[in-house]
Design a protein around this ligand. Structure first.
Ligand code: CUK
Ligand code: CUA
Length: 640
């Protein structure tokens, strides 16, 4: 959540409520706790959880993997931030993953993971997630749980309305939050209005290898594009984006930015734009952006700097975009499993606005427009409205669906999840969140086939819920059972960084494809040492290359001589193991890179620049066998 919405809501007279929530004065007693909660979240030792939850790390830049219902943390997958535990962004193989047009950027703000889909159902191949700060989209391969591709998004800033997928993963969509000058240039900030642009990027995903590419960027008016969701089922082919600041104020103090009673949901018909582009439409414009790809066989990433991007002017494509008026700065933009209802949650409104896709098509066909904005037709609010949910809550943000006709919406200010019925729009249940919930997640809850057993609420504030850890306390998720009429609170569990959003999936879909080792016979790393006869030390000027192997429990070579002060020493290390769960590590005294943690069959490289004469040890930091402590060696460093 952003600060200005606090200001805005306070101005609307919600200050008292806001304060009481933010200070955690709300009763911490858990009235909603299921009587058999412990039993429902208990996953017996040695057995598996039913669901994976991929939870965004927010300002940690990473993606963490939890099991549901237990809330156990299994892994933190490094995505946008360096991770010394796995050497991601430290070893020579993965450094190129963090390359951008601004140079090496080893951090980002990760917001919205989304799982790839086939026919509108989760297929468990990939997770996509957006880097918000230096706009990027990353792809995580769910056979290895590793980040295998990152593409930078040019002409974008604050890549927030991302990274949601269409129902056959034709596209991953990345929408800019800030509008900016396109191309970037030196100009007065207060000339924003009418001059800045909002780029909505459609990244194609190759159906075979999953490779991403920016197919086109739709150059929209200079609003702020907050969130987005694809159409599905009957609305497949469309994509919906919430906007705020349609006033195009360059400073978002409340006086500037919320003058308009209604902002818009932009309905984008990507099918007609795709056709236009396939027929040669659009303009190529110069743009620098990095495209980083990790190859599973060379175990190495390469970074390519792209030079141009295809931009599309919405006014050149008839029927490409329409605006649906939506009250008061809509934030979340969610489409129900049938594809008929588009829910816009005006964060300055108490009610939820539900638009009808059928009514929208009808109004478009009859050309019932209510003016235009920058040439884009505006539909009449009444003509597209399906219904309003009188929620009784304050500050609605995001909605997910259980596939049984119910919707669940989070309310940041009144700090609760509200369950309501599609089509009758009646509220049927509400449960408090501790505290100030942002997103929520039902596994598959933004697909055609939700698995409506649990909803996980992701909270911004925890206050008194856990043992104190100094001024900074953990962020938190809460799990509710939604299989019955009423939601029942089951569990609180802490999360890593800020959990903006999560994507959940039945474990079986992912489990069966999970890789156990990398085959040595398929290792195409240019510096791999595939057997002990290839072990060697090579000098090339001041560079020394050590081709080393590791297997339980020794390094080969383990005594290295001939290195001099001022050399640049490359350790190219191959783990010869071919058994599941037998990684080895290597760490060198005084090395400024991290340790390496190398999976069976894999090769990794780190660089050491010795500064002092001596005999310096290295060892394996991963306990790998009874003789783990014997897995060590020495490098002799002589004077230059
Ligand atoms: S969110 Cu990113 S700032 Cu509602 Cu997805 Cu709060
Ligand atoms: Cu290998 Cu410890």
């Amino acid at each position: 959540m952003r600060k200005y919405s606090f200001i805005a809501l306070a101005a609307l007279g919600f200050a008292a409520l806001l304060n009481s929530c933010a200070k955690g004065e709300k009763s911490a007693s858990s009235g909603a706790l299921a009587s058999n909660a412990a039993e429902k979240v208990y996953v017996k030792p040695g057995t598996h959880d039913d669901f994976y939850a991929f939870v965004s790390g927010g300002f940690s830049g990473q993606l963490s993997v939890y099991g549901l219902p237990s809330g156990r943390l299994f892994k933190v997958i490094p995505v946008f931030s360096q991770d010394p535990e796995k050497a991601y962004g430290y070893n020579e193989e993965t450094k190129p993953m963090l390359n951008t047009s601004h140079g090496f950027i080893p951090w980002d703000d990760a917001h919205h993971p989304d799982i790839s889909q086939t026919n509108g159902e989760l297929d468990g191949r990939f997770v996509f997630i957006n880097g918000n700060n230096t706009p990027r989209i990353a792809k995580i391969d769910l056979t290895t749980f590793e980040t295998t591709e990152i593409i930078e998004i040019p002409n974008s800033a604050g890549n927030h309305s991302s990274s949601f997928v269409t129902e056959n993963t034709e596209y991953v969509v990345a929408g800019t939050r800030f509008s900016v000058p396109v191309p970037q240039r030196d100009m007065p900030i207060n000339e924003y209005k009418g001059n800045f642009k909002g780029a909505l990027s459609f990244l194609s995903v190759d159906p075979e290898d999953g490779r991403m590419d920016i197919k086109f960027q739709l150059m929209m008016p200079g609003f702020d594009y907050d969130l987005s969701h694809p159409g599905r089922g009957k609305s497949h082919g469309w994509f919906f984006f919430t906007t705020y600041n349609t006033e195009e104020a360059n400073s978002l103090l409340e006086v500037n930015a919320s003058q308009n009673d209604k902002d818009f949901i932009a309905a984008v018909n990507w099918k007609v734009i795709e056709e236009y582009v396939n027929n040669g439409g659009g303009t190529k414009m110069p743009a620098n952006y990095a495209h980083n790809v990790y190859d599973e066989h060379t175990h190495s990433a390469t970074s390519t700097m792209k030079k141009e991007v295809l931009v599309v002017d919405p006014l050149k494509v008839p029927g490409a975009v329409y605006f649906l008026p939506t009250p008061k700065s809509p934030h979340g933009c969610d489409v129900d499993p049938s594809g008929e209802y588009i829910i816009g949650n005006g964060k300055l409104s108490a009610d939820l606005t539900v638009h009808s896709f059928t009514k929208m098509l009808d109004a478009i066909e009859k050309k019932k427009f209510d003016g235009e904005a920058y040439g884009i037709p505006i539909l009449k609010f009444e003509d597209v409205l399906a219904g309003t949910v009188n929620s009784g809550g304050l500050g609605p943000l995001h909605t997910e669906f259980d596939g049984k006709g119910n919707a669940y919406t989070t309310f940041f200010i009144s700090s609760e999840v509200v369950k309501w019925k599609l089509e009758t729009w009646e509220v049927v249940d509400r449960q408090p969140c501790y505290y100030s919930v942002g997103h929520l997640m039902i596994p598959g809850g933004n697909s055609r086939k939700p698995f409506g057993k649990y909803v996980m609420a992701m909270n911004k504030i925890t206050k008194d819920r856990y043992l104190p850890t100094g001024p900074e306390v953990t962020q938190s998720a809460q799990l509710y059972d939604i299989s019955g009429e009423k939601m029942e609170l089951l569990l609180d569990f802490p999360t890593i960084g800020e959990p903006h959003y999560a994507a959940g999936i039945p474990a079986d879909i992912v489990k069966k494809n999970s890789k156990k080792i990398f085959k040595l016979s398929e290792n195409k790393h240019p510096h791999a040492t595939l057997n002990d006869s290839e072990v060697r030390i090579e000098r090339n000027g001041k560079e020394v290359h050590i081709y080393m192997t590791m297997i339980r429990s020794h390094f080969n070579p383990d005594n290295i001589e001939g290195v001099k002060v001022g050399d640049k020493v490359y350790f190219h290390v191959t783990n010869l193991e071919q058994d599941y769960d037998v990684p080895h590590g290597i760490s060198m005294i005084g090395a400024q890179t991290s340790e390496l943690l190398i999976m069976p069959g894999q090769t990794e490289t780190f660089v050491w620049e010795p500064k002092q004469v001596g005999v310096w040890p290295f060892y394996c930091p991963d306990f790998c066998s009874a003789l783990h402590q014997e897995m060590q060696g020495y490098v002799r460093v002589s004077p230059a």
